[in-house]
Design a binder for this molecule. Sequence first.
Ligand code: COA
Length: 170
Amino acid sequence: MIRRCDPRDFESIWVIINDGAQAYKGIIPADRWTEPYMSREKLQHEIDDGVVFWGYEDSGSLVAVMGIQPVQDVTLVRHAYVRTTSQKKGLGALLLSHLRNMTNNPVLIGTWADAAWAIRFYERYGFQVVTPDEKQRLLKKYWTVPERQIETSVVLADPMWREQRSLIVP
Ligand SMILES: CC(C)(COP(=O)(O)OP(=O)(O)OC[C@H]1O[C@@H](n2cnc3c(N)ncnc32)[C@H](O)[C@@H]1OP(=O)(O)O)[C@@H](O)C(=O)NCCC(=O)NCCS
């Protein structure tokens, strides 16, 4: 069952993010890895900043979460994490599709350049990695990330964003 998370889910969201994020360990640049990967303070900051989490509940427990954040004229999909034991069972795809149906705006997603599996996952659903110049511009416009994270990230854009972009830049 997919449902919107509420403040009572805070601890579960935090646990799922840090469990799912184990996939990054030893893969993303060492200076970007922290233990835990995301602190409670950072998670609270993201929620205060407008990230709304949706989750997949199985037998009464959340096992996957994904955030949606409207920013200016686009929608960002943020912090997509499935519990290690529940990955590759289609839950990420269900949540992604659910969030995409909630917006009429173009959807953008940022992830680590080294997270090849995540890039493949989004590409499977029609997202494409934007050029390095576009990535710089988008991360500065829609996200609040340090310079080093810009270097080590990619941005993926959905077909609507690419179509609108092609009308502006022939
Ligand atoms: C990326 C993630 C959200 C996808 O959710 P999911 O429920 O596992 O994915 P689904 O079952 O819907 O889709 C599976 C597809 O995703 C990709 N994929 C997901 N995890 C993968 C992994 N560990 N290794 C290889 N491919 C993977 C593959 O393309 C896979 O297709 P396949 O079944 O043909 O191999 C989830 O695996 C996850 O939490 N990963 C760790 C954290 C992460 O990378 N988050 C993305 C942050 S933006």
